[in-house]
Write a protein that binds this ligand. Sequence first.
Ligand code: HEC
Ligand SMILES: [Cu+2]
Length: 336
Amino acid sequence: MSARRLALLPLLALSACEGGFQSPLAPAGEQAASIGSLFWLMMAVCGFMYLLVLTGLGVSVLRARRRRGEVRAPSINPGDRGLNRGLLFWAGLIVTGLTVLITGSFLVERGIAEARARDALEIRVTGHQWWWRIQVRDPATGGWIETANELHLPLGQTTRVSLGSADVIHSFWIPNIAQKLDLIPGRINQVDLTPTRAGWFRGQCAEFCGVQHAHMALDVKVDTPQEFATWLASQRRPAAAPADAVAARGLQVVARGQCAMCHAIRGTQATGRAGPDLTHFGARRSVAAGTLTMSRGAVQGWITQPQAVKPGTMMPPVALSPADADAASRYLMDLK
Ligand code: HEC
Ligand SMILES: [Cu+2]
């Protein structure tokens, strides 16, 4: 690392605390806040110890310099044989410090692991190479609403997320909101998320899971309760009917062709399960798990050459005529 980069590190750390980007030091959730307080407690205790040791070292070096040349006679004071005060001081300090750290970490870990709200919103997140299947339990009907790659959470309310995997081990981490937890095949892990600040956050897979692991991001939006209700209402609906002839052709391409073997669009003939649900794809912020920013060009690029955008992705290239690709991207963008 160059010296200039190194000099920038403290600035980087500062801006992370400011909440400029994905950072556990800028908490926007109760769980992240309590982990953050544990971090600062450890920092304070260890920082204090560190300063104390350095001071002790400095003092003894200075003293030794002053005494240079002095010849010290061995002590004949019988009192020296008794309790060593210095040793007692250090032992006491270390035990106290460790007790504070152990108690703090026990309390924080128990706090975030404890299931709190009994009426928590339920969400299932399944890790796939390299995208996220998301299912939200509809509080109105008790049914599950499926979407992908974009997680909406209501502000100030606890959401219980059940984590599973369809293939290999992944790890679910939204640093600003809560702790990291693995998604393990054949097992369900649960994490509670209680966001305290509205806005967009970035989550990601935090366990190497194959070539496109780095392109397995999760857009997280913390909604106010009204926004969340609106979002849920729109997700509950089946896909919008095509608005014009181009979009109608797009629907033909997507729901009748190969795409339908892997993708579901509720309200059409497409009911595939191998890839992300596309019912409200056009309302998402990005394409292919945070790989591209949502735009017509990005969608068209993705559906014609997924392997060029995300080499190794489980979506194969499907031969489409330019007109079909254009119509399909138009239709998909309209799925708000
Ligand atoms: C063999 C299964 C398969 C076929 C066929 C397929 N896809 Fe996909 N598709 C996937 C998978 C898997 C992903 C997730 C890829 C990733 O993010 O790594 C995906 C992702 C997508 C996405 C991005 C979704 C999101 O949430 O960002 C779109 C849009 C899409 N496919 C459209 C299409 C269209 C249109 C066709 C037909 C021309 C098609 N797919 C054919 C499996 C398939
Ligand atoms: Cu991963």
